[in-house]
Design a protein around this ligand. Sequence first.
Ligand code: FAD
Length: 379
Amino acid sequence: MEADVEGFLYPNADKKLCAGCGLCEKSCPCVSTEPEKHFPQKAFIAQHTDNTILHESTSGGAFTAIAQRILAEGGVVFGAVYDRSLHVLHAYAETEDGISAFRNSKYAQSDLNNAFSMVRKFIESDRRVCFSGTPCQIEGLLKFLGGACPGLVTVDVVCHAVPSPLVFEKYISYMSEKHGALIKDVKFRDKNPYGYKYSQMAHYGKNKELLYYSGVETDIMLRAFFSNICDRPICYACKFKKRYRVSDFTIWDCPDPGLYDKSFDNDAGVSKVLLHTTKARELFSETMNLRKKEISVDAVCDSDKLMTQSVRENALRRRFLKDLSVRSAREVFEKYFPDSVKVKMERGIRKTCLILGVYKPMLKSFKRVGKIVKRMTAT
Ligand SMILES: Cc1cc2nc3c(=O)[nH]c(=O)nc-3n(C[C@H](O)[C@H](O)[C@H](O)COP(=O)(O)OP(=O)(O)OC[C@H]3O[C@@H](n4cnc5c(N)ncnc54)[C@H](O)[C@@H]3O)c2cc1C
């Protein structure tokens, strides 16, 4: 696999060794796609019962509960982690402590390394395996293995899109320079201090001390991610955004749990879980550590257009990534995502409300007013 100028990895065959059999293209899910087959599904909202795990997870910790179930059977779990330089890659773990590093979404494409070969090895030695990743990674894995295997449980996410690893690398070096300290851990979706319903970035130093936190409107990496300026080109016409998937489970955020059950609405995080297979149904019924409630499959699938629709490419994408490959990260981020008066005000008002202890009541009032305005404009 070789990185292009935008920082994305692509396969590069050694022409001298290639036998020209075409198997690589046949097993590439982007080149040879399968038609979507319909089958019965089940849907749940779920929240982990362990408060520490819930706090560390992106949404409700559904992934950890499924992984714990596999570990209890002596299985192996694959997920995305940071290495020491904060590159995102896939690794495996066989302990509760090991899987904790998989928690929290990393909004950069993960390097799969030799993960697929390792999955095959574990399956061949009769170990149960849980593999979590983006929908394209799950389809790639199943093509690599030649189909679903009884011992394999796959968990994919409803994926916005995957940003370039190079953008994340440049962001880390720029922010380390700004903090005057090395960043040792990053949480793209930290629930401190604003709670689950507001996406925020946090950086931690070498003694796990908090170096920085900033929200979705003000942190430059989250602004880049949500403005669709740095994703892999194929994400803008993603073939894997669909309701009926090849994975066993699909998990994603539930920012509005009150719509389904008010008792879940505690701002600690809730996952939506879609079960595609009999294997998933059996496993999920035995999955402990989760408070869960069954909900309508149609309602949950219709609630999020990112399940089936690709994000629209930002018109400045090419220029942004080209600039980033030749100019300093500081120059480029400051040009495309300036710390304008509006951004400073947004950050300032939110922090002031938090210090004054009025953040959550204010948020509730804004939401209520928003709902009234929506109702009035609809009638
Ligand atoms: C790139 C990306 C984009 C996403 N976009 C959306 C979205 O638009 N809307 C939405 O509702 N949900 C989205 N999600 C899913 C969401 O962020 C949560 O993962 C989901 O709510 C499940 O949360 P959890 O608490 O159960 O588990 P988490 O603690 O989030 O763990 C989930 C699993 O995601 C895997 N993972 C983390 N980062 C990566 C990565 N870079 N590549 C592959 N796998 C990874 C980990 O291995 C882990 O097993 C996205 C996730 C990713 C990785």
